[in-house]
Design a protein around this ligand. Structure first.
Ligand SMILES: Nc1ncnc2c1ncn2[C@@H]1O[C@H](COP(=O)(O)OP(=O)(O)OP(=O)(O)O)[C@@H](O)[C@H]1O
Ligand SMILES: [Mg+2]
Length: 258
């Protein structure tokens, strides 16, 4: 695909993405989508449908056994937040050093002191209390919610135009999840950042995204404005997914009430 085919505001374009594993299995097939500046796209689908590999394709961090075909055009700076903040953080590095180093890599000429001040600002921005003291914390000293905030701070240190989020709140309790979702909404509104948000949970996707893509077995089932797709799903698979999500929400609520 040539640059001429890109819509003027597109910051990311994926065209006929196909992922083949070295044992001959097709993991993702002919997937195409485009993301404009400031757009928020949710990707939903059952486990193994290819959501994470799609994000990894954009970041160019696919496993070695996976071959990519198709075109990915991304002229924007892109950062990714992973599902499990406990394993994504380097356990031997203080969290402030991680964010300060990331900042320095993306802001050449910046001094160590300036990078440290920037890291403290980012910690405050993502809602880490007592930010300056927390710079010295090790990952294992922080709760899951705090570690996820550190991951978001590290992603923001790269000054991204596109933020890819792979189930960033699945491991967190409902209250912390709500805080992180609010933070992401604020960041999109303030920075005009585009976001791709992967989740099993349609309600979570609905709270942060205006577009949605439904995937199954590596293929696109349907896509469109979130309000339209949820109000009038065309595919039976999307209807089943909605029903399963609703049933789980009701079960969760009963659990809380009991
Ligand atoms: N490192 C890997 N090596 C081999 N196969 C892999 C690897 N990572 C993923 N796969 C396979 O690719 C397919 C898609 O995986 P992917 O992780 O993208 O699914 P997903 O939609 O993110 O699922 P989940 O909701 O469970 O996170 C699956 O069949 C999976 O087994
Ligand atoms: Mg995944």
């Amino acid at each position: 695909m040539s640059t001429d085919d890109l819509t003027p505001t597109a910051v990311l374009s994926v065209e006929d993405l196909t992922l083949l594993r070295d044992d001959g299995v097709t993991l993702v097939e002919d997937l195409s989508f485009e993301l404009s500046a400031g757009a928020t796209l949710g990707i939903v689908g059952e486990s193994g449908s290819g959501k994470s590999l799609t994000l990894r394709s954009v970041m160019r961090i696919l496993p070695e056994c996976v071959e990519r075909r198709g075109a990915i055009r991304c002229e924007a700076r892109t950062a990714m937040i992973f599902q499990e903040p406990a394993t994504a953080l380097n356990p031997t590095m203080r969290v402030g050093d991680l964010v300060a180093r990331t900042w320095r890599r993306h802001h050449p000429g910046c001094s160590a002191k300036e990078a440290r001040a920037a890291a403290a600002d980012l910690f405050e921005r993502v809602g880490i209390d007592d930010a300056v003291r927390r710079l010295r914390a090790w990952p294992h000293e922080l709760s899951g919610g705090m570690r996820q905030r550190v991951m978001i701070a590290a992603a923001l240190a790269t000054d991204p135009d596109v933020l890819l989020c792979d189930e960033p709140t699945t491991a967190l309790d409902v209250r912390v999840q709500a805080q992180i979702l609010q933070l992401l909404r604020d960041l999109v509104a303030e920075r005009g950042m585009a976001m791709v948000f992967v989740s099993h949970d349609l309600a979570v996707v609905a709270s942060v995204c205006s577009q949605i893509m439904v995937m199954r077995n590596g293929r696109l089932v349907e896509a469109g404005p979130l309000d339209h797709v949820l109000a009038a799903p065309e595919a039976q698979y999307t209807r089943d997914l909605l029903a399963a999500n609703l049933a789980r929400r009701l079960a969760d609520r009963e659990g809380v009430l009991r």
